[in-house]
Design a protein around this ligand. Structure first.
Ligand SMILES: CC(C)(COP(=O)([O-])OP(=O)([O-])OC[C@H]1O[C@@H](n2cnc3c(N)ncnc32)[C@H](O)[C@@H]1OP(=O)([O-])[O-])[C@@H](O)C(=O)NCCC(=O)NCCSC(=O)C[C@@](C)(O)CC(=O)[O-]
Length: 314
């Protein structure tokens, strides 16, 4: 990380002087659960989504319209969409890899979809069975159809700081894919550190390059916490002016096609850090902790949020 970034990070007043609302995109019901081996009943997913909807979160990624052979955990996507009690002001988005997925999403009443590309050729093939170029062709079709149906489209780029198969990924590969996603109609691109390998230094290097081509308000950060770097990495993203952050309640998650990747940064820990640093999120931390405890108890798993653990000892 550059000296100037360290200097800025050390000054909380500098942090507070920046626009202070941070948009959280809760990905727990989708990214958080997609890797669970035991199928989580639809009713539990719906209860989790309801609890998250009561926390003040305005963007929740709830399921994905992908092949049930590839991601069995998401095969109840229609039932999930039909069972949600839509709360005004909340966007319930879904992942769609192709036109078949988009058709399913539209039929289920989705008003926002996310397409997901990668900066690594091998990861793209392992995850969606297509080269990067082929996947972008499919996404272009999805975008055309989505925009004629007035559907908002978000883009993801996976492996922005490293790939489980190819190792180091160059910023120029990330920039190339991100620019294409934006040009086909995505309103923003979420930069995925899929295997949580990034550090504040590598995030700084990536963002210094990418923000020369893409403004920070078109970018989001999606950090996994495999190496315990996610919050530090996010703070660097904030210093670059990024104000949209993805996270998963109770730190659940991981992509089944990214071996060894652990959960996303926990939403509870993210909210605690942001509120403590003078940012607003609109999220009620107490209710969020309850939602994280609910799903952790169901999965019979220790809650992955440090804030929740600390809170239970108070
Ligand atoms: C993209 C495909 C479908 C290609 O998979 P494919 O096998 O190449 O697909 P195909 O077009 O050859 O079709 C094969 C079969 O799949 C069906 N099919 C085809 N499309 C669909 C669909 N949309 N929904 C339901 N079924 C579908 C299709 O109808 C056919 O059925 P069959 O005739 O054999 O019965 C597959 O690879 C897939 O579903 N991949 C999804 C993988 C995935 O969801 N990964 C996790 C999400 S990405 C992630 O977690 C990273 C992220 C976003 O969080 C950010 C980060 O952390 O980096």
């Amino acid at each position: 990380m550059r000296h100037s970034t360290f200097k800025a990070l050390s000054s909380l007043s500098a942090v507070r002087n920046l626009a202070n609302f941070v948009q959280i995109v809760e990905v727990g019901p989708r990214d958080g659960l997609q890797n669970e081996k035991t199928i989580v009943p639809t009713s539990v997913k719906l209860k989790l989504i309801e609890m998250l909807s009561d926390c003040g979160l305005s963007k929740i990624e709830v399921t994905s319209f992908v092949s049930p052979k590839w991601i069995p955990q998401m095969s109840d996507q229609k039932e999930v969409m039909q069972g949600i009690t839509n709360k005004p002001g909340i966007s319930y988005s879904v992942l769609t890899p192709n036109l078949k997925g988009l058709e399913g999403a539209l039929a289920s009443g989705a008003n926002e979809v996310a397409i997901f590309a990668a900066a690594s050729e091998t990861f793209s093939e392992k995850n969606i069975n297509a080269t990067i170029d082929k996947s972008l062709d499919k996404f272009r079709d999805v975008c055309k159809h989505a925009s004629t149906n007035n559907i908002q489209i978000r883009g993801y780029v996976s492996c922005v700081l490293g790939c489980p198969y190819e190792g180091h990924i160059l910023p120029k590969a990330v920039i190339k894919v991100s620019e294409q996603l934006l040009s086909m109609g995505c309103y923003e691109v979420s930069l995925g550190d899929t295997i949580g390998i990034g550090t504040p230094g590598s995030v700084d290097t990536l963002l210094r390059e990418i923000t020369q081509f893409i403004p920070a308000d078109k970018l989001a950060m999606h950090c996994h916490d495999t190496y315990g770097q996610a919050l530090a990495n996010i703070m660097v993203a904030i210093m670059y002016g990024i104000r949209t952050l993805d996270s998963s309640v109770a730190g659940l998650g991981g992509c089944p096609y990214a071996k060894g990747a652990s959960g996303n940064v926990s939403t509870e820990d993210l909210v605690y850090m942001l509120h403590g640093s003078g940012y607003e999120t609109g999220v009620n931390l107490k209710k969020l902790i309850e939602a994280g405890n609910y799903i952790s108890e169901f999965l019979q798993r220790q809650n992955g949020s440090k804030v929740s653990k600390a809170n239970s000892k108070l």
